[in-house]
Design a protein around this ligand. Structure first.
Ligand SMILES: Cc1cc2nc3c(=O)[nH]c(=O)nc-3n(C[C@H](O)[C@H](O)[C@H](O)COP(=O)(O)OP(=O)(O)OC[C@H]3O[C@@H](n4cnc5c(N)ncnc54)[C@H](O)[C@@H]3O)c2cc1C
Length: 542
């Protein structure tokens, strides 16, 4: 990987001046070593989960990838904490979307194994809710069957434990019994995981059975570290951090006013922080993965599209009284009401990330906005853009964090002793179309203009998005079909996994957590994927 930050770009790139306002990197100019082969270039705008994963996938095929990220490091946008391996957080989405999320998450887990915290999730239906736990059982059976089928297709898909253990039910009596048992600091069986739930959850406020599912934790710092390490594998993966894309222009159709034409090359104008002059590069294919700002690029490209954008936040707290590791706890509720879902996500060191799907906690007044007829970019209120760009103001952050603690304490009363940490994991999330319950979305392709837009409502959709772009590049004749390199992806033979173990990820993730102002302990996981399972995930012969 060549990393082009403000301090290092001059060492790596050799630019040719094309006009007064910009410098254009053309074929043969790269790295002072003329490229003789007709290697195709892909420009990827936005280094979140989508852009980074697409860059890894394309670089693994030998393409010259140019990844632009305005932040100082990759994957530093809206967070993730939960690997939606079954989508059970969302009672309202169709079963087929849950199966799609299960498949995507297994795939993602095999690409980024060191990012996962292996601990179950407990789902509870509160007594105040109209739903019943039993309503979820048919879907859980569908998911168990789907998981079994995936294992039959490829034994290495068995990354969530045995299919028959995918979910388990706990009656009131079983919980009362478990509440009498001594808590185990490092649980190893599902019963042991459920002991603290039996002790701490207010059992008078939930319906039975409780449902325990093998949906794991997903760590953003480790994901950022893994993506960075993966891209470092490839000389032809060029990563520009601290760099904002200002403009994209069709090279062979510069004066076109709409997208109904043929483009074979794009020019990307970008500005690196602290560099007074804009620079440019020409690419054969353009991928827009700008997250909640995808509409800005859509407008430049000239495609009309509708979407929504939502500002959401979760809060980091510390709870010293958990008595050991505990599972993630979800208490269902109707989104957007004062009784929306509560989510308590554990990290090492006693840290917890909290969501509460009410407007006092995770959701915001006017936080969900739609695009209009004049622009593909929905306009978030300035206050939220300010939070995203400059960080939260202390007072509202403190107030929301405290409310989040109280929200969870309604169901986990001893959580009242938790304290705020003064930080949040938050951001703008894009939702294509007009259905705000959509949870599975990936990529839109515009073949005639060699343009793709990746929009991931859930971070786990990114590898599928990358696959669709690979298929498109094949159809366009920009890469060859059915190469061994492409087949490696389906065997999950990612070269970075051969020599980057959990310890290598630890190191980078801790630096990133610290740089971003979070407790270093949050860069770790309580339970990594077992080494034995990892051996299966590593490329053969390693
Ligand atoms: C509070 C919250 C909790 C969430 N929890 C989960 C979860 O548990 N599990 C899950 O799977 N998903 C979760 N999500 C959703 C998840 O965060 C998103 O699906 C995912 O981050 C989207 O990734 P992305 O790469 O598409 O977009 P982003 O991560 O937003 O990446 C886009 C990138 O583009 C960059 N960019 C934009 N414009 C430019 C430009 N002009 N030049 C250069 N760079 C640019 C931005 O800086 C950004 O880094 C959560 C979201 C929120 C808000």
């Amino acid at each position: 990987m060549t990393t082009m930050t403000q301090s290092s770009n001059k060492n790596h790139a050799h630019f040719v001046k094309q006009d007064d306002s910009s410098k254009v990197l053309s074929y043969g100019d790269h790295q002072n070593s003329p490229i003789k082969r007709p290697t195709k270039r892909v420009g990827i705008l936005g280094g979140g989960t989508a852009g980074s994963t697409i860059a890894i996938r394309l670089a693994a095929l030998g393409l010259e990838t140019y990844l632009f990220e305005k932040k100082k490091s990759l994957i530093d946008g809206p967070p993730m904490c939960h690997l939606h391996a079954g989508g059970n957080l969302y009672r309202e989405i169709p079963d087929e979307d849950c199966v799609a999320l299960l498949k995507q998450c297994i795939d993602i887990l095999r690409l980024y194994p060191h990012t996962i915290d292996v601990r179950p999730t407990v789902f509870a239906v509160p007594t105040r809710d109209e739903g019943l736990p039993e309503d979820l059982l048919p879907r859980l059976d569908i998911l168990t069957e789907a998981y079994q089928e995936l294992i039959e297709q490829d034994a290495n898909n068995k990354v969530l434990g045995e299919p028959e253990d995918y979910y388990q039910l706990y009656s009131h009596e079983q919980l009362l019994e478990l509440s009498e048992r001594e808590q185990v600091e490092v649980p190893s069986t599902v019963d042991e995981w459920v002991i603290p739930v039996a002790k701490y959850l207010d059992l008078n406020k939930v319906k039975f059975p409780l449902i325990v599912v093998q949906e794991y934790g997903w760590n953003i710092f480790r994901l950022a570290a893994s993506a960075q390490l993966a891209l470092e594998e490839y000389d032809h993966a060029h990563v520009f951090t601290d760099t904002t894309v200002q403009k994209v222009v069709p090279v062979d159709c510069e004066n076109c006013t709409n997208a109904d034409h043929h483009v074979t090359k794009w020019r990307i104008d970008y500005q690196q922080a602290n560099d007074s002059q804009a620079e440019s590069i020409e690419v054969d294919y353009l991928v827009n993965a700008c997250g909640f700002r995808t509409g800005v690029i859509d407008d430049m490209v000239g495609v009309e599209v509708t979407r929504m954008v939502e500002f959401k936040s979760s809060y980091v707290t510390h709870w010293g009284d958990a008595g050991g590791q505990i599972p993630e706890i979800i208490v269902y509720g109707q989104r957007g009401t004062p009784e929306g879902m509560a989510q308590l996500t554990p990290y090492p060191g006693g840290y917890f990330q909290i969501h509460g799907m009410s407007k006092a906690i995770t959701l915001f007044d006017d936080g969900l906005v739609a695009s209009g007829t004049d622009s593909a970019q929905p306009k978030l209120p300035q206050q939220y853009v300010h939070y995203i760009e400059d960080g939260w103001d202390k007072a509202p952050l403190q107030a929301r964090s405290q409310q989040a603690i109280e929200y969870v304490a309604e169901f986990v009363p001893t959580f009242n002793s938790a304290r705020t940490v003064g930080n949040a994991l938050y951001g703008g999330q894009q939702i294509p179309g007009e259905d705000d319950t959509l949870r599975v979305a990936d990529v839109s392709l515009y073949s005639n203009i060699r343009y793709a837009r990746a929009e991931n409502v859930k971070a786990s959709s990114t590898l599928i998005a990358a696959d669709q772009i690979v298929t498109e590049l094949t159809t366009l004749g920009l890469i060859q079909n059915d190469t061994p390199m492409n087949r490696s992806r389906y065997a999950h033979e990612w070269s970075y996994l051969t020599h980057n173990d959990g310890l290598a990820v630890d190191k980078v993730a801790r630096v990133l957590a610290e740089q971003r102002g979070f407790p270093i302990a949050m860069a770790d996981v309580n339970h990594s994927i077992r080494e034995a399972a990892l051996d299966d995930l590593s490329p053969a012969g390693v």
